[in-house]
Design a binder for this molecule. Structure first.
Ligand code: NAD
Length: 468
């Protein structure tokens, strides 16, 4: 596996700011504060102070989170273009991401933990109640900076915890703006945003004042985060990489599903943890599937996210572009054929042509690793057992999907997938109310729905005899 690119502070004197690039041009357009790791002592200390008042009043928390959701919606016209500028995605997708950010605040504002009596036949009244944990460190990647931040801070705040949030150094600006927007709705110290190059994140996860580390990012960084949090024994929730397979069955209607399948792989330029990252098609249908996807790849409008009509923006950053280019070149060298794309675009910015690959050897890294870009390998299979075995033969375990006309049969195949979520004739459609948990190396712990709320709480048992 290639190492994950992480912007690091260059040796020598520390700058007070770092540059933020527009991926559509590759040029710096703004900067963000490069906060020193030592500043975290003050930040986490303030979070501890804010915790006392925040955990004490659930009704006030609900009101504050609903006001926060309103504030995010009201700031959509400022947040969405800035998100596109630093992340690269089409503006309409940024607008949708802002809406999903507000939706997460609203959803968790309406959730409360339920105390539960324990009845085990003994003459005792025991009850499980729920208590907040203390300061939560939330660390997010650059593919969905706002929505993933909210997926962490909304349940943590709803549970009564203060949060220190660190965005990726590739996408700090919309998150900083979000912080200013939320400052009007939340008490001081309850949500603090810190920005900076590494080792800021490493210091945050190992800070002794942090009681829960909620991390989304790559598997290698997830390992470093778990190790960093080990000395303090803080709770760790890890939402990590995926390499989701889509299995097409013999009775699939290729033309009917082709648009859905294509966008399940290429949305956000393929930079989605739960994107379709490999397709398994019956040998008889392989060429038809490749051509249906390749047609769509050739027709997709690629351009700057702020241009009206753009369907696919650039990759977010130069190291990610290099990674996608490397995996694609390696597949072509391994004997794959590019039915569409196969190369970066000859223009400024981090653009890569939407790529569909056929005849890829199953052990090529574009199949076995997470490409996280607009490149999709299509592999032929001879039996469903072979397809299921190939889909499961991986250390990843985020999602998977099965596509066919007979839904019962498709569901029976989906039931055999080793992953956290399996879809039929869809992929990566998530409800706020469902648990979200990768298995194997794709994650530790559960986010989403009530499970996400309880992941930010600890049980507290009161045990009282019937008589003194
Ligand atoms: P990354 O692991 O490089 O970085 C994620 C975050 O961790 C960034 O904020 C980064 O600055 C920070 N970081 C880096 N080193 C750190 C350290 N030692 N300690 C603490 N924090 C550190 O990931 P990325 O390249 O930004 O994002 C892409 C990855 O995220 C992909 O693997 C993708 O699948 C994964 N992802 C997973 C989910 C999910 O829910 N499972 C969702 C989105 C993205």
């Amino acid at each position: 596996m290639l190492p994950t690119p992480v912007p690091r502070r260059p040796p020598g004197p520390r700058g007070e700011h770092f540059a933020v690039l527009d991926p559509a041009t590759g040029e710096a357009f703004d900067e963000a504060p490069d906060q020193r790791p030592e500043e975290l002592d003050t930040v986490v200390g303030r979070a501890h102070q804010a915790w006392r008042g925040w955990r004490a009043d659930p009704a006030a928390r609900t009101r504050a989170l609903l006001a926060a959701a309103d504030a995010v919606e009201a700031a959509r016209a400022e947040l969405a273009p800035l998100l596109t500028r630093e992340q690269g995605k089409p503006l309409a997708e940024s607008v949708a991401e802002v809406a999903r950010t507000a939706a997460r605040l609203r959803y968790f504002a309406g959730l409360a933990p339920v105390p539960r009596p324990i009845d085990d036949g003994r003459p005792v009244r025991s009850e499980v109640r729920w208590r907040s944990l203390g300061p939560v460190a939330a660390i997010v990647p650059w593919n969905f900076p706002l929505q993933l931040a909210a997926a962490k801070f909304a349940p943590a705040l709803a549970a009564g915890n203060p949060v220190v949030l660190k965005p990726s150094p590739f996408t700090p600006l919309a998150t900083r703006l979000l912080g200013s927007v939320l400052a009007g709705a939340l008490p001081e110290g309850v949500l603090t945003i810190v920005t900076g190059l590494e080792p800021l994140g490493a210091r945050l996860v190992s800070h002794p004042g942090i009681r829960h580390v909620s991390f989304t990012g790559s598997i290698p960084t997830g390992r470093a985060v778990a190790a960093g949090a080990a000395p303090s024994l803080a709770r760790v929730t890890l939402e990590l990489g995926g390499n989701d397979a889509a299995i097409l069955l013999e009775d699939v209607d290729v033309e009917r599903i082709a648009d859905r399948l294509f966008w399940a792989a290429f949305r956000n330029c393929g930079q989605v943890c739960m994107a379709v990252k490999r397709v398994y098609a019956p040998a008889r249908l392989r060429d038809q599937v490749v051509e249906a996807l390749a047609q769509r790849a050739r027709a997709a409008v690629v351009g700057p996210g702020l241009d009206p009509g753009t369907q696919l923006g650039p990759l977010n950053n130069a190291p990610q572009l290099a990674r996608v280019e490397h995996y694609t070149a390696r597949a072509l060298a391994d004997g794959a054929r590019a039915a569409a794309g196969g190369h970066r675009l000859d223009r400024p910015g981090h653009f890569f042509a939407p790529t569909v690959l056929a005849d890829v050897p199953p052990d090529s890294p574009v199949v076995t690793q997470e490409q996280f870009g607009p490149v999709l390998p299509v592999l032929a299979y001879r039996s469903v057992d072979e397809a299921v075995a190939a889909a499961n033969d991986t250390g990843f375990g985020l999602g998977g999907s099965v596509w066919g006309t007979d839904l019962d049969r498709a569901e029976a195949v989906a039931d055999r997938l080793e992953c956290g979520t399996a879809w039929i004739n869809h992929h990566a459609e998530l409800s706020l109310a469902q648990p979200f948990a990768g298995i194997k190396e794709s994650g530790v712990g559960v986010a989403g729905g009530p499970w996400g709320l309880y992941g930010n709480l600890r049980p507290f048992v009161v045990h009282r005899p019937e008589e003194g």
